[in-house]
Write a protein that binds this ligand. Structure first.
Ligand code: 6PG
Length: 239
């Protein structure tokens, strides 16, 4: 069982708490658009990695009406479930229905993980795609009840060592489906900005562990600029 050792520097964490989920979602959408505006003005492109699960859905919906240069956006995914591309539980399908199908990002600039190829083949293929980008401008991540993020689970390979591959095949995910592909902790941390979106009382213990310095997969994401955690204020109350 790999230890949660991490040769990277300790994670710097900024907590942004909101009294309602709606306020959190609005703030997160604005933060994404600020990051896009800055990247596009500085480099002419914006490379964003999307979170899966359900927490980001409303944030993605809020982006539909954004006033931004969609032609400069390049979209990647932090993880994917090994299901057919049009399966209702695919992270890429959720993002497409909530947002990507409604905006003019050039299709060849949206890079779903080909998880239908099977975990190992898809991880190898996606690692090559992810390695074309030195630093993502923004990585969005969720948080699981056990402290997982993307498809990096406690007691599983996290890819948090310097020579870790950019993408990892998962065969025994505790969160169904069992087969998944995830960007590694190292790859997810190679970003100018990382934002976690955390909603729901079920995340309380994971947040408490995080704030008490207990290692969880989320703490292995250690970008030089630190991470920003957008969460409901109720999740901050218990120590
Ligand atoms: C997935 C996600 C996963 C998710 C967390 C939180 O494929 O399931 O990538 O890491 O972000 O489990 O999920 P919710 O947002 O649904 O609570």
């Amino acid at each position: 069982m790999p230890l949660l050792t991490n040769s990277a520097p300790p994670q710097q964490c900024r907590w942004h708490d909101y009294s309602t989920t709606a306020e959190l979602e609005q703030a997160a959408a604005q933060a994404i658009l600020r990051a896009a505006q800055q990247a596009i003005s500085q480099r002419g492109v914006f490379h964003i990695v999307l979170a899966g699960g359900t927490s980001p859905r409303r944030v993605y919906e809020l982006l539909r009406k954004a006033d931004t240069d969609w032609a400069a956006w390049h979209v990647y995914f932090g993880d994917e479930r090994c299901l057919p591309p049009d399966h209702a539980e695919r992270n890429s399908r959720m993002a497409a229905q909530a947002w990507l199908d409604h905006v003019a990002i050039p299709p060849d600039q949206i890079h779903p993980i080909p998880a239908e190829m099977g975990a190992q083949n898809a991880a190898s293929a996606y690692a090559r795609i992810a390695e074309e980008i030195d630093f993502f401008d923004l990585v969005l991540l969720g948080l699981g009840e056990d402290g997982h993020t993307a498809s990096l689970f406690p007691g599983h390979e996290l890819g948090n060592t310097p020579n870790a591959p950019a993408a990892i095949a998962v065969f025994d995910s505790p969160k169904p489906p069992p087969q998944r592909v995830s960007l590694s902790a190292c790859r997810l941390g190679a970003a100018h900005q990382v934002i976690f979106l955390v909603t729901g009382a079920a995340k309380q213990q994971a947040i408490t562990n995080w704030r008490n310095g207990i290692s969880i997969p989320a703490t292995t994401i250690t970008p030089a600029g630190g991470v920003d955690v957008y969460l409901e204020a109720t999740l901050l109350r218990k120590r």
